[in-house]
Design a protein around this ligand. Structure first.
Ligand code: 5RP
Length: 228
């Protein structure tokens, strides 16, 4: 196992210890979240899970975990999920795995959200990672032009790139497409979030602001807990 994978796994296993029987637990998406699902499955607790993607739901079900749809359970007690970048105040960029919309729906429906990651995900300023933006497939090229204008309003002069898989537009679980916008240093994440979200055709973006309650970050020295 690589050092990075060991850090992801350590953070995920620490997060699994936060879960108790009787809880409703939100399950994130991505390689770190998959370690969490496996660690949780191994604990054999009596819990109900809400998955943020088809892939995560299938993994949880294959481990014998009870999986419900969002809205079918009482409020989610705890959601644990990965991130692509962790900035100051636990502002995050998410969405490399393409599950940002379902992730944000589940995070916003949770009493507590804990992000798990390897140490390389921490950044002093958000923006090293291109910002994923989920867009309705109908007319997405036109929407992309309007996203360009919204980025320009925030002094970000970049052209979002349509995400491809095997030469075809990547489709999310909801059937939408994703544009990745290399923003560089994001000086005002809240302003950028508002500008992008105001474009008709944008379903959601990968800026997760004021949503994470804590982070568990795997490092070569062990797992560090961060607060906003
Ligand atoms: C999926 C995500 C993931 O949480 C993010 O991409 C981190 O992935 P990984 O744990 O594989 O590094 O936002 O939409």
């Amino acid at each position: 196992m690589s050092d990075v994978d060991a850090q992801k796994r350590a953070a995920a296993e620490a997060a699994a210890e936060l879960v108790q029987s009787g809880m409703v637990v939100g399950l994130g998406t991505g390689s770190t979240a998959a370690w969490f699902v496996k660690a949780l499955g191994a604990r054999g607790l009596d819990i109900t899970c809400v998955a943020t993607s088809i892939a995560t739901g299938e993994l949880a079900a294959s481990l014998g975990m009870k999986v419900a749809e969002l809205g079918e359970t009482r409020e989610i007690d705890l959601t644990v999920d990965g991130a692509d970048e962790i900035g100051p105040g636990l502002a995050l960029i998410k969405g490399a795995g393409g599950a940002l919309l379902r992730e944000k729906l589940v995070w916003e429906a949770s009493k507590r959200c804990v992000v798990i990651a390897d140490a390389a995900k921490r950044v002093p300023v958000l923006g090293r990672f291109a910002l994923p933006i989920e867009v309705v497939a109908f007319g997405h090229r036109t929407t992309a032009l309007r996203i360009c204008d919204a980025l320009a309003e925030c002094d970000i002069g970049t052209a979002p790139r349509l995400r491809l898989r095997e030469g075809q537009p990547y489709r999310t679980d909801g059937g939408n497409v994703i544009y990745d916008a290399p923003c560089g240093r994001i000086r005002d994440p809240a302003a950028l979030a508002a500008a992008v979200k105001s474009v008709t055709g944008v379903v959601e973006h990968g800026l997760f602001l004021d949503l994470a309650d804590a982070a568990l970050v795997g490092t070569p020295e062990g797992v560090t807990q961060l607060e906003p």
